[in-house]
Write a protein that binds this ligand. Sequence first.
Ligand code: FES
Length: 106
Amino acid sequence: VKVTFIHSDGREETVDGRVGDSVMATALANDVEGIVGECGGSMMCATCHCYVDDGWSERSGDRMDGEEDMLDCAASELRPTSRLSCQIKLSEGLSGLVVYLPEAQL
Ligand code: FES
């Protein structure tokens, strides 16, 4: 499934992800800069912060329990579309997903 990452400078990168993988893992596997994922996906770091494109926010689901608290620790501005990308699992229905990367993760 395709995932498009839009960097804070407007640069776009579209990569192939595997169903079941998280958006964070997909970014790391494809060397997408701007996602750090320090804790490996256990909701302990907030360095995988991203903004889900408005057209995808419903399909990508709600924030998980505890995600909100961790997002409060994110380095960049929090927005209604903020998510921890390690908590978004890819599915066929999410092919074409677009997420924006924040200016900083640390
Ligand atoms: Fe640490 Fe997502 S990778 S919270």
